[in-house]
Design a protein around this ligand. Sequence first.
Ligand code: BGP
Length: 464
Amino acid sequence: MAEQFTFPKGFWWGAATSATQIEGAAKEGGKGKNIWDQWFDEEPNRFFDGVGPGTTSDFYHQYKDDIARMKNIHFNSFRLSISWSRLIPDGSGEVNQEAVDFYNNVIDEMIDKGVEPFVCLYHFDMPMAMQEMGGWENRAVAEHFGRYASICFDLFGDRVKKWFTHNEPIVPVEGGYMYDFHYPNVVDMKRAAQVGYHTLLSHVFAVKAFREKDRTGGEIGVILNLTPSYPRSSHPADLKASRIADLFFNRSFLDPTVLGEYPQELIDLLGEHGVLPDTESGDKELIKEGKVDLLGVNYYQPRRVKAKENLPNPGAPILPEWFFDHYEMPGRKMNPYRGWEIYPKGVYDIMINLRDNYGNIPSFISENGMGVQDEARFMENGMIQDDYRIEFIQDHLEWLHRAIEEGANAKGYHLWSFIDNWSWMNAYKNRYGYFSVNIDTQERTPKKSAYWITAVHKNNGFEK
Ligand code: BGP
């Protein structure tokens, strides 16, 4: 007998993107420079195939047709981000009217086509003028972000009801200050902790501005990449390793944004190693005001860890890996085209954790997806036959469905991504879209998964 997986009424179906990754037009429409434009100017060879943020997927010019595509595949919602450096080219000064017009047009077009805009304010794209002031290392930048957020609420808040302050706020901390894959590619745990802290404050300033203004039933949230941390065994040393990984990579933003405070164990750990960020009096109370209405969860793969086998070399920089080793679990299923583990039950574990330990906060899967290198090799009869992606999505949806049946407050599923897009240093290496994009012609072609998901959207579920 076929099993039926039907989702709750009003379930959010759609996909996620971000400004820098799809808009292109990096030097058009009065946009200011951001850190990606700058980094590509400085070191183009660090970007896969030397492809930079200049054109990306040309959404700036093709948004009307793209929104028609969203309607055709029955999205009822879609996440985009506003580019801070497009709206306010230097981050803190005048608003750029061309950007206001562009985002107004996009939002109006989406609403007209029945696709609800979910708008994120920051997806890794610091305006260069703000970076020159120290970026998130400087508390003043967090305040400028609060002003920018407030301007967005004034400009678009009459129509946008779902706002998100940050996408994966831990990633610029890791990439920019720990592991060298985001600008300004520094490796320094103390500075990383400061960046994380001010990023959180910037979130709080935006949430406060939203609550002071919004009178129309909108909601504000944050989007976190949660990577469940699984220990190699139930040995206390492995359990400790997994708890510490969870503190660094999940709870560092999950606890303050949902519960309003940092985990004491994380504060103690940073304190012991002399890398606590600088704070001001009154911050503890301030952080309590940043609790979100809604949580977006990006889930790609779990983190498997084991107790540290060798002590770090003397003089090595302090990093979370001082406290655990990565564990390559034998037999784990891998995505052969991207190198990430595929573990659909992770969705369920995250949702049950939110149910039990985070007040069952309203949440949704805001990114999940399967990156594929050289995806053109799967082109047959004019279409990418991405059966692997269909299986991937279906397996994750099954676990999400089960979590909902067991009381988790999950309200939607957005794929990463709607169209293939430019992914930072990886540029167009890994393709994720329901639509493939030819980066020379900018032509879009639906993949097999686009047809499959259309039926899922129409039926609010699937049969298996
Ligand atoms: C997520 C980011 C996205 C996107 C995705 C794919 O973590 O939020 O912006 O880049 O990862 O990444 P990649 O292309 O490196 O596989």
